[in-house]
Ligand binder design. Sequence first.
Ligand code: G
Ligand code: G
Ligand code: MN
Ligand code: NA
Length: 254
Amino acid sequence: RTLHDELTRALEAGEFVLHYQPQVALQTGRVIGVEALLRWQHPLRGLLLPGAFLPALEAHPIAPTIGRWIVDEACRQVAAWRDAGLPTIRVAVNLFGAHLQGGGLAGEVMDAIGRHGLPADALEIELTERIALHSEDAALDPIRLLHGEGVAIAFDDFGTGYASLSSLKRFPLTRLKIDRSFVRDVLTDRHDADIIRAILGMAQSFGLDVIAEGIETPEQESILRAMGCREGQGYLYGKAMPPQALADLVARDC
Ligand code: G
Ligand code: G
Ligand code: MN
Ligand code: NA
């Protein structure tokens, strides 16, 4: 069987799972959100990371179907954590371009939120610049609609592409995710520190929240906090983990 055929079988067999990477408030250290990251529990090859299958999946006709499953599963999980006594945690999902193009996105997302009894702002949709850039203005209407309903919209890997500044004007956004390539050398590279300051300043003028990705050390955390960044994500707080491990992490500081 080809990888292409395997993906259809995997969806039917329920082999896709979501792992969750914590996002914390830099002032308090509290977990305030998670990013859902797709894994494939392969019967022979073990747990596969997106690098092994995402390119094939993105080009596959079932991408929108898997995208719909991801939204529903993420909402189901947040409701399950809440029902188990945890606070309602915001969950961010990464969008497939083909899912946005498919046309049904806004209805599916609002339906999932409603079905699981979540407030709209418990869900965040992550858009990459690649998706944003390659979409006609009208193709972004579902994103505008969801933003209007209170769903959070985040711009992933911000600062690495070309259309960042005009995108801020064109898109309905809630949050910028500072790409981890700027965080990595923030302590030693003056230009990276300047870029982060510029992003924070811009976000403030546009009324957007910011989260820094790829925080791995307490020193990176401290300087970002001092620069006025309020949220962070990275190995310092945890890698993407199964739902129960995430619940244990959150329960520790409840
Ligand atoms: O941590 P990880 O190796 O899971 O992530 C690798 C890449 O795969 C990241 O760029 C991430 O955006 C992408 N990715 C992970 N999960 C999903 C998903 O559910 N949907 C989409 N579209 N991309 C994902
Ligand atoms: O959607 P996005 O491309 O941002 O997906 C997140 C990716 O970043 C995943 O592959 C995840 O494993 C990776 N990642 C998350 N935190 C860190 C970190 O602190 N350091 C590094 N090197 N990678 C990270
Ligand atoms: Mn992401
Ligand atoms: Na990112």
